[in-house]
Structures are given as C-alpha cells and as structure tokens.
Unconditional design. Structure first.
Length: 133
C-alpha cells in the first residue's frame, strides 16, 4: 500500500492543497491518519479519482490491431527526450517521446504499457538467396 503526502496527492490531482483538505473533510476523498495525526492518501484512492470511463476517442477504445501490450524493459532519458523500449511477447518496440511525457506518465522499468502503432502503409519484401553453381 503506497501512502502519499497531501501536497504530492494534490499535485497529481492538479488541485490545490486546501481543495484536497476540503475533499477529505467532505468525504469525497478517503485518507488515513498517521499516529502523529497527519493525513495520507492511498495511491489506489488517487487512481480511483483519476480513472475515467472509456470514451470513443480514448486509447481504451482503440482496436487491438494497433495497440500492443507489453512491459517497459528499458527507459533512457537525456535532455528533452526519453527512449522507451517495450517487450511485447519477445519482440521489442522502441519509441522516442518527450521527457515531459515520460514523467507525466510516470514511466518506470518493469511496468506494463502499450505501444500504439499508427501507420498508413506497411511494406514487406523478400530477400532472395542466389545459389552458387
């Protein structure tokens, strides 16, 4: 069970600290009190509030043909960019995204993620092998 300090929870929810406290007092958000009397929020409670129902334009409603589920096996960030490598059933897909996007998604090695493939054209060729006589 991951417990978050209120300021961090407010930052994740993109609300002010006083608003978060009001949500706790009004019962909109459940908290746990430490022995010292400080409130902490379970990560699952934050996830409950940020989870949205799939809409037609959300990634959850995209067909399975272009959304490949996998696990992050490598994550490298340098400057403004991050390189993310997913293991998708023994095949690797690497994508370059902005560092800010990687941070906002809280990407970490070992976590599940998906690659969304967008291509208008795929070409396939064969390699011919010439036999020597």
């Amino acid at each position: 069970m991951e417990l978050l300090k209120l300021r961090y929870a407010a930052e994740i929810l993109n609300i002010s600290y006083p608003t978060l406290k009001q949500w706790i007092y009004r019962g909109k958000l459940k908290s746990i009190k430490t022995p010292g009397g400080h409130h902490r929020i379970e990560r699952s409670e934050i996830d409950r509030l940020t989870r949205s129902k799939p809409r037609h334009n959300s990634p959850q409603s995209i067909s399975g043909r272009n959304k490949l589920m996998g696990t992050i096996v490598d994550l490298k960030s340098e400057g403004l960019l991050s390189q993310v490598t997913l293991d998708i059933g023994g095949q690797y897909v690497t994508s370059i995204i902005t560092r800010q996007s990687a941070e906002e998604l809280r990407l970490k090695k070992g976590m599940p993620a998906y690659a969304l493939i967008k291509a208008t054209e795929v070409m396939i060729g064969t390699a011919s092998v010439k036999k020597k006589s």
